[in-house]
Design a protein around this ligand. Structure first.
Ligand SMILES: NC(=O)c1ccc[n+]([C@@H]2O[C@H](COP(=O)([O-])OP(=O)(O)OC[C@H]3O[C@@H](n4cnc5c(N)ncnc54)[C@H](O)[C@@H]3O)[C@@H](O)[C@H]2O)c1
Length: 318
């Protein structure tokens, strides 16, 4: 049994990870301010829930004091949200990460950090590999890159064991479908379930390397079990380049009457995204990713059965 802390553990990825860690017999502390996450996502009888903000360095250090492993997933997500309030995004995502690292510097905990493919931004080359130049286009991406810098610096300067993962469009059960900044797949499925038209920003030819939540969890727990560390960033996606229009065709298998409305491109959105998974596969050779069409079907089924449990979370509009 390992003492594990999960920041952002009441959110989409975090709460799925907490459930998996608990089921594997680990002792889990969840740190979350419930700004986008929901307490109903976690079973507080089987984990220690600490309701606090990453910007409260003192309280955070105390909450993380026993952790041998920290999955740092807490963040102010969403690109449009960062465009509205860049300073708040920096405070949580960059300074909050520094606060996590300060806690780990004292304890020697292994820190897994969730960065984002958005750090590539203006670099349009495809597929992306970790040696390419980075060009954040939004405050969200800049805050993640700043945090990446601190993660690497603490690895080098203080020998904190670190694993820096860049997530690409993760989706699956427990992802909130209904707020202003909801991710595209749960938002579309939710609209389709309620017979409302889905909105596509642009012409739908933009592509994404969607990653199913189960694959992300497998990487996280495998990395923890084998103590995988790495000096630089690791892109977490398997190189599937799927256009939004193809995704719509797949959704029509579940919702034959799906109505689609094409609207203007949204500021800050990257046109194409695809990873070159060489490094990921070499570091995590045993992980087999879930195929996109099956993952999409599982997500549709989950939202049909349990969507109401994540549909009425805190308002996210600032
Ligand atoms: N979902 C994706 O496709 C994706 C892609 C790239 C990177 N990421 C990163 O992965 C991580 C998890 O993302 P998610 O999709 O689960 O998002 P999420 O919004 O569901 O989870 C983030 C959690 O962090 C919490 N949080 C926010 N600000 C906080 C603060 N100041 N103090 C403590 N807790 C705070 C929220 O309440 C929420 O529970 C984030 O760091 C995100 O930037 C996600």
């Amino acid at each position: 049994m390992t003492q594990v802390a999960v920041t952002g553990g009441a959110g989409f990825i975090g709460s799925n990870l907490v459930a998996k860690l608990v089921s594997k017999g680990h002792s889990v502390t969840v740190v979350d301010d419930l700004s986008t996450g929901m307490i109903s996502n976690i079973d507080t009888k089987v984990c220690d829930f600490q309701h606090l903000s990453l910007v409260d360095a003192f309280a955070l250090k105390k909450a993380l004091s026993k952790a041998e492993v920290i999955f740092h997933l807490g963040a102010r997500g969403s690109v449009p949200r960062s465009l509205k309030n860049p300073v708040a995004t920096h405070d949580v995502n960059a300074t909050g990460t520094l606060n996590v690292l300060e806690a780990a510097r004292e304890t020697g905990a292994h820190v897994f950090f969730s960065s984002s493919s958005s750090v590539y931004g203006r670099n349009g080359a495809l597929p992306k590999d970790e040696s390419m130049w980075l060009g954040p286009m939004t405050p969200y991406a800049a805050s993640k890159l700043a945090a990446e810098g601190y993660v690497q610096a603490y690895g080098s300067a203080y020998a904190v064991p670190v694993t820096l993962l860049r997530f690409f469009n993760v989706f699956g059960p427990k992802q909130r479908p209904d707020h202003e900044y909801a991710a595209v797949l749960p938002k579309w499925i939710w609209k389709a379930m309620h017979n409302e038209p889905i909105e596509v920003f642009g012409d739908g030819t933009q592509t994404r390397d969607f990653t199913y939540i189960k694959t992300v969890l497998d990487i996280c727990t495998d990395g923890m079990d084998r103590k995988v560390t790495h000096d630089g960033a690791i892109n977490l996606a398997y190189g599937n380049r799927i256009s939004l229009n193809t995704t719509i065709e797949l959704l029509k298998k579940h919702f034959p009457d799906l109505q689609v409305k094409y609207v203007e491109t949204r500021a800050g959105d990257v046109k194409d995204s695809q990873n070159s998974p060489g490094l990921l596969k070499s570091l995590f050779p045993d992980i087999v990713p879930t195929d996109f069409e099956n993952a999409l079907s599982e997500t549709v089924e989950w939202l049909r059965e349990f969507g109401e449990t994540v549909a009425h979370g805190p308002t996210v509009s600032d």
